[in-house]
Design a binder for this molecule. Structure first.
Ligand code: GLP
Length: 240
């Protein structure tokens, strides 16, 4: 269902340039990419569109090389680019070299945000949600005016992400992340939530007042945002 929705969005994109897709990572996204890759293997139209698209990662850990199995560069390469033969040149990541302010752009827009803007802007932004309501690595308290930058991770995020690492000391404490303003600029956003551990965050996102204490809730102010949740993640939203 979610992958049908994405496949249709991607197939329906018509512009004089390739589509720009903002990518998210995490356990939830793993399944979404698996379905998308399966569909693309059966549909040359979708495979061509995905092959031509430009990809802009939402976030990346500080200090992990692209060869580290827990880096988001590795995640995207293994789950999306390689299976579909997509050129690595089409994939962009936030990093130390592009989080500085963009020269001549005025204000605090980063080089990474300027790259997205120069490419025509993000057409389809994919997103997950953290257990504490974070969006990309915009932790609670992140400003809605924030652009791509280097951020500190909260203890709760470090703990949640430690399941992917063999030792807690290996879990990065910092990351590069698109800002909330960067994400709000996208033409459309699709957020995925799965599992019981996301139920409270999803309730706060969709039922609470949009605010910086739950960064994902700011998306409820976006004109074209869609949420897909499984039953467990949606369990606190039931009205019956
Ligand atoms: C990380 C990512 C987020 C993602 C979150 C949820 O913290 N930076 O972008 O939304 O994980 O991941 P999962 O689906 O594994 O719970």
């Amino acid at each position: 269902m979610a992958s049908d929705f994405l496949a249709n969005r991607i197939a329906d994109f018509s512009d004089n340039r390739p589509m720009n897709i903002g990518t998210a990572t995490g356990g939830t996204m793993e399944e979404i990419y698996r379905h998308l890759v399966d569909r693309a293997k059966r549909s040359s139209g979708l495979a061509n569109a995905l092959g031509e698209a430009q990809y802009f990662a939402m976030d990346e850990y500080v200090g992990l090389s692209g060869d580290h199995p827990q880096s988001y560069a590795f995640f995207m390469r293994e789950r999306m680019l390689r299976p579909l033969g997509i050129s690595a040149l089409n994939f962009h990541l936030p990093g130390e070299e592009n989080v500085a302010a963009a020269p001549g752009a005025g204000g605090c827009i980063s080089i990474y945000d300027k790259m997205m803007e120069d490419a025509g802007g993000i057409d389809l932004q994919l997103a997950g949600i953290g257990e504490n309501g974070h969006l990309a690595f915009n932790e609670p308290g992140s400003s809605r005016e924030s652009w791509t930058r280097r951020v500190q991770l909260t203890l709760s995020t470090v703990r949640a992400n430690s399941r992917f690492f063999s030792h807690p000391a290996e879990v990065p404490r910092e990351a590069y992340s698109m800002g909330i303003a960067s994400i709000m600029r996208a033409e459309s956003v699709v957020l995925f939530a799965s599992g019981k551990k996301k139920a409270l965050a999803l309730e706060r996102m969709l039922r609470g007042r949009p605010g910086e204490d739950c960064p994902a809730s700011i998306l409820t102010l976006h004109p074209n945002a869609t949420v897909f949740a499984d039953w467990e993640a949606a369990s606190r939203l039931r009205v019956w």
